[in-house]
Design a binder for this molecule. Structure first.
Ligand SMILES: NC(=O)C1=CN([C@@H]2O[C@H](COP(=O)(O)OP(=O)(O)OC[C@H]3O[C@@H](n4cnc5c(N)ncnc54)[C@H](O)[C@@H]3O)[C@@H](O)[C@H]2O)C=CC1
Ligand SMILES: CC(=O)C(=O)O
Length: 310
């Protein structure tokens, strides 16, 4: 499958690199307002492929996106140290007003994968600007937060993160919800697994993991300016699920008719992803505190989008 990436900065190029190394795409086309940057990134990534795959990587203009099955949108601005994702909204909404129409004019059948922040609201904006069905405009949502949660739980329990089935729901941002009540390690609850291996999940440890997941981006941005390897790998994983019609479950964000009583809001719940985009939404059983936190997250996103002029 041919995959387009608009925004050849750190996130876009990392996604391109992950796609090329894994051979998930037959062709990757990088587009950026800085043609020079897109050409340099494509050339650099192309030099990695001979070690691992036959993916063709090149830079191009919007016309070069014709025939793409998926277009990733990773354009716009990123956070400065201490800045929230929501603070990027006006600037990135303006970028998307220019970009979405240009992409659709040449690749009307592509599934759009949104990475730019605040990703839930950018997903809603893209859905509304494009007129595409919500199931074909997929925000990376909390895939990265879910990966961070699984990584920390796996490390604590001494097992592979792939054997941890735990999700972060809601906003990809400060109001996100770590769902402990339904988290599994293998086939048992993480709490039971932790007791059985003598590493109980104390309230202090849960609070520490929550903080490490919720504030990971702030810490990484403080240390190195931006985050990109995690989301790059996550975007490549979503492309694989779509390209191979895997019907795999991810906590991705799409404009959803109703979540916890809030209507028409984009946020993450677990969803089945395959060739046509999102196939099924899943609403996991939550405890009362998680329900309330998800409702607060949905209400916050709804409030932020209410004033948007599209
Ligand atoms: N969803 C997630 O989990 C994550 C999202 N992000 C978000 O991804 C976005 C990109 O972040 P980075 O790659 O670090 O930023 P970056 O600044 O390295 O790259 C952004 C690129 O967008 C390009 N761009 C700006 N306006 C454009 C336009 N009108 N048309 C085409 N290209 C345009 C810029 O020239 C730049 O190369 C940010 O909004 C960031 O917050 C970052 C990490 C994780
Ligand atoms: C920047 C961002 O959204 C993240 O790393 O989670």
């Amino acid at each position: 499958m041919k995959v387009g990436i608009v925004g050849a900065g750190m996130v876009g190029s990392s996604a391109g690199y992950a796609l090329a190394l894994t051979g998930t795409a037959s062709e990757v086309v990088l587009v950026d307002v800085s043609e020079k940057l897109a050409i340099a990134q494509a050339e650099d990534i192309a030099h990695a492929t001979p070690f691992h795959s036959a993916t063709k990587v090149r830079a191009g203009d919007y016309q070069a996106l014709a025939g793409a099955g998926i277009v990733i949108l990773a354009c716009g601005v990123n956070q400065k140290p201490g800045e929230s994702r929501l603070a990027l909204l006006e600037r990135n909404a303006e970028v998307f007003r220019q970009v979405v129409g240009a992409v659709l004019a040449v690749a009307p059948d592509a599934i759009l994968l949104i990475a730019s922040n605040p990703v839930d609201i950018m997903t809603e904006i893209t859905t509304r600007l494009s007129g595409l069905p919500a199931t074909r405009v997929i925000g990376s949502g909390t895939i990265l937060d879910t990966a961070r949660f699984r990584s920390l739980l796996g490390r604590h329990l001494g097992i592979s993160p792939q054997s941890v089935h735990a999700y972060v729901l809601g906003e990809h941002g400060d109001s996100e919800v770590l769902t402990w009540s339904n988290a599994l390690a293998g086939s048992v609850s993480v709490a039971s697994f932790a007791e059985q291996v003598g590493r109980p999940l104390t309230p202090e440890l849960r609070a520490e993991i929550d903080d490490n997941v919720r504030n990971a981006a702030y810490r990484i941005i403080e240390g190195k300016g931006s985050t990109y390897y995690g989301i790059g790998a996550g975007l490549a994983r979503l492309v694989k699920a779509i390209a191979l019609d895997q019907r795999a479950v991810f906590s991705v964000s799409i404009l959803t008719p109703e979540v916890e009583g809030v209507r028409d809001v984009a946020l993450s719940v677990p969803r089945v992803v395959g060739a046509s985009g999102v196939i099924v939404d899943l609403f996991p059983e939550l405890d009362a505190a998680e329900h309330a936190a998800l409702a607060r997250s949905a209400a916050l996103l709804k409030e932020k989008t209410a004033s948007l002029q599209l």
